[in-house]
Design a protein around this ligand. Structure first.
Ligand code: SF4
Length: 401
């Protein structure tokens, strides 16, 4: 295995980390997604066989069985270095005692999903689209998971999705034109099961658009088989949102898996969560968004980390998120710039958070700032007599008013 030279290993190169800790396993097994799932790292002794844990991690692993299970596929575990507890991949995946810290802001259900669930497993929060929680299982578990109350099956709640009731609800609610399958992660189902689920949704004529939110191509790229891609392509228009937080997650195997999905005509977007010590700096984010474009994935959202119980050590400031967007917008390809959002606590939905480019606006004109800090004016339509200066000199009046 290649050990990253720097703590964050933030290069743009695509690397295969295989066979890594599994050098005795033949490639035909390592390349089999079912072998990967069966051989996930799930216990303290398996972790300690490969890693030197510090006290915070060791204690965190001991309590993880009551909160969010520990499980990491061999493919993804190969990205975790033996010695560095502050490594950005390790911080996302290895439980830490800080998960027991109770911040006054922490919530079990920060996005208010349970209160917008007309049918068990179906969240209807926005007017024309629903979130369909089809499973509580994932290929690996992220320590900051916003749905950790149900995901992995060991948390404080259980997910009991009622599929028949959900289909009936969708048939009756003709305003729903977009269904997002999430969970958990639908792509850990068999091809046949996913096909049946998508086919059933496709019998509902007013559903125009299907989406799958998944981290499987990242945790388990072997799952993205040609057969899976061919089956998904039967259900177009179908889009996929993946979830990558750090450039090192984009390995050679992941890039190839994403290309297989793109070649099946599936538009790909990425959702990142802004996490302290993982990706809360401009250079890491810039490398990530550039690598995503090379994988034919459009950076879609950066989420401010939800106020999920036990995640305060991974949360970073909103100011940092704005600073990152400001460092991307105008400085690099527009397609590379995701929308930064806060999922409003309690169920308010995603709210876009942008740097302040509008300095002043009335019914005569708007005064705006570009990425270089230069100030411009644009007249409001219908006010032909307004005096305006296309580009203004530096002007304290607008900067500090
Ligand atoms: S893959 Fe998604 S749903 Fe699963 S643990 Fe990670 S964040 Fe949660």
């Amino acid at each position: 295995m290649i050990t990253p030279a720097s703590g964050k290993g933030d290069g743009k190169e695509f690397i295969s980390w295989a066979p890594g800790y599994w050098s005795d396993t033949p490639p035909e097994l390592r390349n089999d997604w079912k072998w990967q799932l069966k051989n996930r790292v799930t216990t303290l002794s398996q972790l300690e066989k490969h890693l030197q844990l510090n006290e915070e991690e060791r204690s965190g692993v001991l309590i993880s069985g009551d909160k969010l299970a520990l499980a990491i596929t061999p493919h993804f575990f190969n990205l975790v270095p033996r010695n560095n507890p502050e490594d950005p991949i390790r911080r996302q995946m290895i439980p830490r005692i800080e998960e027991t810290w109770a911040s006054p802001y922490d919530m079990a259900d920060p996005c208010g999903e349970d209160s917008h669930m007309p049918v068990p497993g179906l969240v209807h929060r926005y007017p024309d689209r629903v979130l369909f929680l089809v499973t509580d299982r994932c290929a690996s578990y992220c320590r900051y998971c916003t749905r950790s109350r149900v995901v992995s099956g060991v948390g404080e709640q259980e997910l009991h999705t009622n599929f028949e009731e959900a289909f009936r609800y969708l048939e009756q609610h003709t305003e729903v034109r977009d269904v997002l399958l999430s969970g958990g992660d639908a792509l850990i189902f068999s091809d046949d099961r996913i096909d049946k689920l998508l086919s059933r949704l496709r019998t509902i004529k007013h559903i125009e658009f299907l989406r799958i939110g998944t981290r499987v191509p990242i945790f388990l790229p072997q799952r993205i088989t040609p057969e899976l891609c061919a089956m998904l392509a039967k259900h177009h228009p179908l889009w996929i949102s993946v979830h990558v937080n750090h450039p090192r997650e984009l390995t050679i195997e992941v890039k190839q898996a994403l290309e297989r999905l793109a070649n099946a005509g599936i538009p790909l977007g990425n959702q990142s969560v802004l996490l302290a010590g993982v990706n809360d700096d401009l250079e890491t984010m810039k490398t990530l968004v550039h690598k995503l474009l090379m994988c034919r994935v459009r950076p879609y959202y950066i989420y401010q980390c939800d106020l999920i119980n036990g995640s305060s050590h991974l949360r970073t400031s909103v100011a940092k998120g704005i600073e990152i967007i400001e460092g991307l917008r105008g400085h690099t390809t527009g397609y590379a710039v995701p929308q930064y959002v806060i999922d409003a606590p309690g169920g308010g939905g995603k709210v876009p958070i942008n740097p302040g480019y509008v300095l002043y606006h009335d019914n005569e004109k708007i005064v705006i700032r570009n990425y270089e800090g230069k100030i411009f004016e644009y007249p409001e339509t219908g006010n032909e007599n307004v005096q305006f200066a296309p580009q203004r000199e530096y002007d304290d009046e607008y900067l500090y008013s």
